[in-house]
Design a protein around this ligand. Structure first.
Ligand SMILES: [Zn+2]
Ligand SMILES: [Zn+2]
Length: 213
């Protein structure tokens, strides 16, 4: 699978371009301020982007939706329970003292697991609330194969977990999403978080201090 990751100031939030080597179809996950670099990667790999998929609607994950959508012409998907955050992106910016442009309407809400297909790959969507009500994780892999790569947004980080002090956040809900959804994946599953370095399910299961107390 083609995988490109970009992150820029001020949030150092990871944006992703995923692509199928054979068909050159791809998806973009969480386009934020690093969207120009994501678009460059799309072009370098000659990808045709089928979907823009959002893990959740905190501003750092959505400030580039408008730019990505107009450059790529792909529909934007979100979990419905994060609509209130998505629609308040300008106010979210004000909380951080940032001027943020309103973003275009999302094109569809996730209904069920999917998959949302790009070439020989699919992205399966799992609702993992707690960091925010409409948080999802995307499990990406080839159809017919078991191996999945997880894109977890801000639900789980290498050695940490998502904050739950923002509107709609809840710690018990977050812990249960991690234990009942993410930890159902095998130890070797690679996890890409919304911020910081990748990890694996096994490593977090064994060493994450927030899940072992
Ligand atoms: Zn977030
Ligand atoms: Zn974030």
């Amino acid at each position: 699978m083609i995988l490109e990751i970009r992150a820029v100031e001020p949030f150092h939030k990871n944006g992703f371009v995923l692509g199928c080597e054979e068909t050159r179809q791809g998806i973009v996950i969480d386009p934020g301020d690093e969207t120009p670099a994501l678009l460059q990667a799309v072009e370098q790999h000659g990808l045709s982007i089928r979907y823009i998929l959002l893990t959740h609607a905190h501003l750092d994950h959505i400030t580039g939706v408008g730019a990505a959508k107009s450059a790529l012409g792909a529909p934007v998907g979100l979990h419905e329970d994060d609509s209130f955050l998505y629609d308040a992106v300008v106010q979210q910016g004000q909380m951080f003292g940032l001027r943020v442009e309103p973003q275009p309407k999302v094109d569809f809400f996730y209904d069920g697991e999917g998959p949302w297909r790009f070439g020989t790959y699919g992205a399966w969507v799992y609702h993992t609330p707690g960091h925010c009500p409409g948080g999802v994780c995307l499990a990406v892999g080839r159809e017919g194969e078991n191996a999945r790569t997880l894109f977890v947004g801000d639900t789980l980080f290498a050695g940490s977990i998502g904050r739950t002090d923002l509107p709609g956040g809840d710690l018990q809900t977050l812990l249960s999403s991690i234990k009942n959804v993410l930890f159902k994946f095998p130890d070797e599953t690679v996890v890409y978080s919304g911020h910081g370095e990748p990890t694996t399910i096994g490593r977090e299961r064994r060493t994450n201090p927030f899940l072992n107390s």
